[in-house]
Design a binder for this molecule. Structure first.
Ligand code: COA
Length: 167
């Protein structure tokens, strides 16, 4: 399937909730969670649309704090004042949209976004046994709790900016 990421808009939130309900039955979140992420950080929120313009996936990211993934289904209130990573809160693709490299295409959007904000890392909680998948995209496990995500989930981080060597 040919699909492309575009900026998420408020009018897409019903589609996001629909996809989330189908893809993430074990990690339910209230619609206001998606709406708040979009309101707080629209630059990090994307919709995947197929060749017919139909929504077939979404991705939500926002500046975050390394080692402190927000609990599932929790409002942020505000972005962290001293963010040090771009946190990929969620990526969910309908089955028909999988296998075509959409996550890699998303990472080509998120890496420069993180760099433009001087955020040196991407971070995520791998669910559904996807840790090895993300390792294949340059992520590595770091020691951090995954809180409400529960057993089998793994906190992973990828570098977007190398530290500047001291003179
Ligand atoms: C995880 C997900 C985003 C990957 O998207 P995708 O389009 O399938 O990924 P790609 O096209 O880059 O890669 C496809 C390959 O990754 C593998 N893969 C996909 N999801 C995987 C997973 N959870 N665990 C292990 N391998 C996985 C596929 O089997 C496929 O392998 P192949 O090329 O050997 O056939 C997508 O499967 C999805 O939305 N899953 C449900 C929601 C979810 O688990 N989100 C992850 C949140 S951390």
């Amino acid at each position: 399937m040919t699909a492309a990421w575009r900026a998420l808009a408020p009018g897409d939130l019903a589609a996001v909730a629909r996809i989330a309900a189908q893809v993430h039955p074990n990690y339910p979140e209230r619609p206001e969670i998606f709406a708040e992420r979009l309101a707080l950080f629209p630059a990090g929120c994307f919709l995947l649309v197929d060749a017919q313009g139909q929504a077939c996936g979404y991705a939500l990211s926002h500046p975050g704090t390394l080692g402190a993934p927000p609990p599932l289904d929790s409002l942020l209130g505000a972005l962290p004042a001293a963010a040090d990573c771009l946190y990929l809160h969620d990526i969910a693709l309908l089955p028909a949209a999988r296998g075509a490299g959409a996550p890699a295409a998303l990472l080509t959007l998120l890496r420069p976004l993180a760099r433009s904000l001087a955020l040196p890392r991407l971070a995520l909680v791998a669910v559904n046994g996807s840790a090895d998948y993300w390792r294949g995209h340059g992520f590595a496990e770091v020691d951090a709790g995954v809180g409400s995500y529960g057993e089998g989930c793994v906190y992973l981080v990828a570098v977007t900016l190398e530290p500047v060597p001291s003179p």
